[in-house]
Write a protein of this length. Structure first.
Length: 357
């Protein structure tokens, strides 16, 4: 775990969360990764999620904390490798980056016997495969947490079907486990880039979505070194939760500017303006996803928000139930607008179904 003082402003407005004390939630996803490492047949995983949803932070946090999850520390070597780095623009560069990462995590008496098999120069596909198999014979399983998989797709001449087939062969022989983070499922990329390798049909997929309500509340209460307890006041926490709406990046961004506003003696309105300006930045919005975000809002967010009216009458319902209720309300509103129904008929229906007296 990280030692030393916490930052004054604990909110990470850009980039990956590196201090494990500031990582919140994702318990189910972390448990799923750890559980698939166990046993004689580890299962590789594809972590799928939109930009800024927290894929990098999840992988990095897992690498920092996996030994706390009841796993045999003598069996595994777990590393985080960002594929967008310059070292991973060639196949040999990828293998050398993996080797360096693995050997940096091997300590003590095992170090020499585990190092020798990586000394081949150049470290090509065959040498890499032989080294991984030798580690298996010595009872070590490399677990590679590969971030930003899309970076490899920029170099199809360097990373071809043979490269992916070799990785798949090592996975199938239980000599290697991968946890691959990407914005789309790997099989989607296989179709888009015409890869025929079975690597892209990876064993298990985890879809990373927004935080739960409890996790969002916990994130808004991140601690600071400046004062005892949460960095934000109760009122500021409420604003962060309202602006962020369970999206990890938005919550971090809201918390960051709310903290800065207080330090600079500025009003909440200033923090909201800074927050909205950052969200309007084209770098935040994934290219070509504007219509997808609008569609998601129309067919999911809006109905869910309408459906949450049930909570005001004491109903404990989940978002799926909210969505169903919201879709009904939305459909009724459309029927009113086109003249099929009257407002009084809609209100009578809502009162009857929701039990409003």
């Amino acid at each position: 775990m990280t030692s030393g003082a916490l930052p004054d402003n604990p909110f990470v407005a850009a980039g990956m969360i590196e201090d494990p004390r500031l990582f919140v939630g994702r318990k189910d996803e972390l448990h799923a990764i750890a559980s698939r490492m166990k046993g004689d047949q580890p299962t590789s995983i594809n972590i799928v999620g939109d930009k800024h949803i927290g894929k990098s932070s999840l992988l990095y946090y897992f690498v920092r904390t996996w030994e706390q999850r009841g796993l045999n520390a003598n069996r595994y070597v777990v590393i985080y490798l960002p594929l967008r780095g310059v070292d991973c623009q060639t196949e040999t560069g990828f293998y050398e980056a993996v080797a360096e990462g693995l050997l940096n995590h091997v300590q003590g008496w095992q170090q020499r016997s585990l190092q020798n098999c990586w000394k081949s120069k150049p470290l090509n596909r065959q040498a890499f495969s032989d080294a991984v198999k030798e580690w298996k014979r010595q009872g070590k399983l490399p677990v590679l947490c590969l971030d930003d998989f899309e970076s490899l797709l920029k170099y199809p001449d360097k990373f071809d079907n043979g490269f992916y087939d070799n990785l798949r062969s090592l996975m199938d022989s239980n000599a290697l486990m991968l946890v691959v983070a990407s914005r789309k499922q790997l099989d989607v990329y296989a179709n888009e880039h015409r890869f025929g390798s079975s690597f892209f049909n990876i064993g298990h997929t985890i879809y990373l979505k927004e935080l739960t309500t409890d996790e969002a509340i916990e994130l808004s209460r991140l601690p600071t070194r400046s004062i005892n307890g949460a960095a934000l006041s109760v009122d500021e926490q409420s604003h962060a939760q309202q602006w962020g709406d369970r999206h990890p990046y938005k919550l971090q961004l809201a918390g960051y500017y709310l903290w800065e506003a207080r330090q600079q003696g500025k009003a909440i309105k200033w923090a909201k303006q800074q927050f909205e300006q950052q969200l309007a930045n084209p770098k935040f919005k994934a290219k070509g996803q504007g219509w997808q975000l609008w569609l998601h809002w129309l067919v999911w967010d809006l109905p869910v928000r309408l459906g949450r009216i049930a909570k005001f009458i004491g109903g404990a319902v989940d978002d799926v139930s909210n969505w169903i209720i919201g879709m009904v309300i939305l459909l009724l509103l459309v029927l009113v607008l086109v003249g099929v129904l009257h407002w009084n008929e809609v209100w009578d229906f809502v009162r009857d179904k929701l039990g409003i007296k």
